[in-house]
Design a protein around this ligand. Structure first.
Ligand SMILES: *[C@@H]1O[C@H](CO)[C@@H](O)[C@H](O)[C@H]1NC(C)=O
Ligand SMILES: *[C@@H]1O[C@H](CO)[C@@H](O)[C@H](O)[C@H]1NC(C)=O
Ligand SMILES: *[C@@H]1O[C@H](CO)[C@@H](O)[C@H](O)[C@H]1NC(C)=O
Ligand SMILES: *[C@@H]1O[C@H](CO)[C@@H](O)[C@H](O)[C@H]1NC(C)=O
Length: 441
């Protein structure tokens, strides 16, 4: 399949490369000349791309910020984004007390009004801890290291009430959804948001899991019927999901600690037409913007279904019901997300670099930044993941990366070890956190 694709490309490669197309890179054998007005610019060893020749590349992209230093912009129209010139963004607000919302400028995220590349991590468990000091400790360590973004689980669905002391956010039972706003419920998430606010950590909060960990779509299916693939169109399941979204957003819509609202963790619809996920993403993102037009919104997908730089391997295909490019074009989706797990996908670790550059190119073409949202291996963390970080940092269109997953030592001992965990204070932490952040500069 791969060599056939290359032969076909070679046969067709007589015209100049279109805007944003590939024009060079390791083993690239196609046309290297760009259309008039565009030039072939090096992105990394694997990828050179046709970009506008003039130095105005970045300024021709819309400069969009989500907020000003005051809390919420007055909404006088149905337009969900506030477009301003870069000069209206205040500078010098990089101290930890800024209440400015996270935004986007061109292909960069902005934190405290400063555009750049940001590093962070994932912690599915932090909102389920019952000791405030543990939450503070973890976020203190993140802040000290300069990790600015933390993606956390904003869901914890159960079908039966767990034993006392076990945190859960929503009970789904016999067709009824009951949100737990108690001290063993969303109040635990409240604490994470409050602690993050004080430490200038920005949180990505998602609303449901594709997988059955912490309930997920399977928990909805148990309560409302259907299947995982019909979950996206099941009216009762979607009504409960939306009520849950509305409840969570209402609690933190004024908080500068929210980086983005995320539709789901790794939504898939195996064997479905790509329109199923597309329609669900479009209507859900519009719903979220109708509740809160100031924060960013993203999907939380693995990045599957992409024809840019595709080598035909499984993740590039559409079998999981996802079309990355089509979904990213949805107006209310502010930035792209993608994950990387070669050992689960039957690819090599080196292939990860192609996966990263392919998404960077797709995001450049979409005019939206990409977040390299999860990546991990179970051994040789530094040797495998540090090169991915370097590729991401030097790939245009990628503006942040979050390794999976954050590890630390709490009052109860070490946090969960799934083999991918990078524990605070270890050599792997020095490599993937300290050294990476130093390289970002
Ligand atoms: C380039 O091609 C060579 C020879 O086929 C191969 O060994 C190498 O892995 C390729 N490099 C990439 C980045 O695909
Ligand atoms: C985005 O940030 C990078 C630094 O990471 C900087 O070189 C570039 O100029 C920024 N672009 C915009 C549009 O701010
Ligand atoms: C997640 O998605 C895949 C693909 O549709 C599916 O096979 C799997 O069962 C899903 N997980 C759950 C818990 O439903
Ligand atoms: C994916 O979306 C892109 C952009 O809309 C489109 O060009 C392409 O044909 C789609 N591919 C599939 C298989 O859906």
């Amino acid at each position: 399949m791969q060599s056939l694709a290359i032969l076909l490309l070679a046969g067709l490669a007589s015209a100049a490369v279109s805007p944003y197309g590939q024009c060079g890179g390791v083993n690239y054998s196609g046309e290297t000349t760009c259309q008039s007005g565009w030039s072939c610019q090096y992105q990394n060893d694997y990828y050179s791309q046709c970009l506008v020749s003039t130095s105005s590349t970045t300024t021709t992209l819309a400069t969009t910020t989500k907020s000003t230093t005051t809390s919420k912009a007055t909404s006088t129209s149905s337009v969900s984004k506030t477009t301003t010139s870069a000069s209206s963004t205040t500078s010098g607000t990089s101290v930890g007390t800024s209440t400015e919302f996270v935004g986007i400028e061109g292909l960069n995220f902005t934190i405290n009004g400063e555009p750049g590349y940001f590093a962070g991590s994932n912690s599915y468990w932090i909102g389920f801890l019952t000791n405030n000091d543990d939450v503070d400790l973890v976020l203190d360590h993140m802040n000290e290291a300069g990790q600015r973004i933390l993606r956390i689980w904003g869901f914890n669905d159960v079908n039966t009430v767990p034993s006392s002391g076990t945190v859960y956010y929503q009970l789904l039972k016999d067709g009824v959804a009951t949100i737990n706003t108690g001290s063993d419920g969303l109040q635990r998430l409240d604490y994470v948001v409050a602690s993050a606010e004080k430490r200038n950590i920005k949180l990505i909060i998602n609303f449901v899991n594709n997988w059955s960990d912490y309930g997920g779509m399977a928990a909805y299916v148990t309560a409302f019927g259907g299947s995982q693939t019909t979950w996206y169109t099941n009216e009762d399941a979607q009504a409960a999901y939306r009520t849950y979204i509305k409840t969570v957003i209402a609690r933190y819509s004024d908080s500068s600690a929210i980086f983005a609202w995320e539709l789901a963790n790794e939504p898939r619809c195996n064997g479905c037409d790509v329109s199923t996920l597309y329609n669900w993403i479009k209507s859900t993102s519009a719903y979220i913007k109708s509740l809160d037009s100031e924060h960013l919104v993203c999907i939380g997908d693995e990045g599957f279904g992409l024809n840019v730089q595709s080598d035909g391997s499984y993740p590039f295909t559409y079998g999981e019901g996802s079309n990355f490019t089509m979904n990213l074009a949805i107006d209310d989706i502010d930035f792209g997300t993608f994950h990387l797990y070669p050992s689960s996908w039957g690819t090599t670790n080196d292939w990860g670099n192609l996966w990263i550059t392919a998404h960077g190119a797709a995001c450049v073409a979409a005019g939206k930044p990409c977040l390299f949202e999860e990546y991990g291996v179970t051994s040789d963390h530094c040797a495998v993941e540090a090169p991915w970080q370097t590729t991401a940092l030097h790939t245009k269109g990628i503006s942040a990366d979050l390794y999976w997953q954050l590890g630390d030592t709490l009052s109860t001992g070490q946090t969960s070890d799934d083999g991918n965990t990078i524990y605070y204070g270890t050599d792997d932490y020095t490599c993937l956190v300290t050294d990476h952040i130093a390289a970002i500069g």
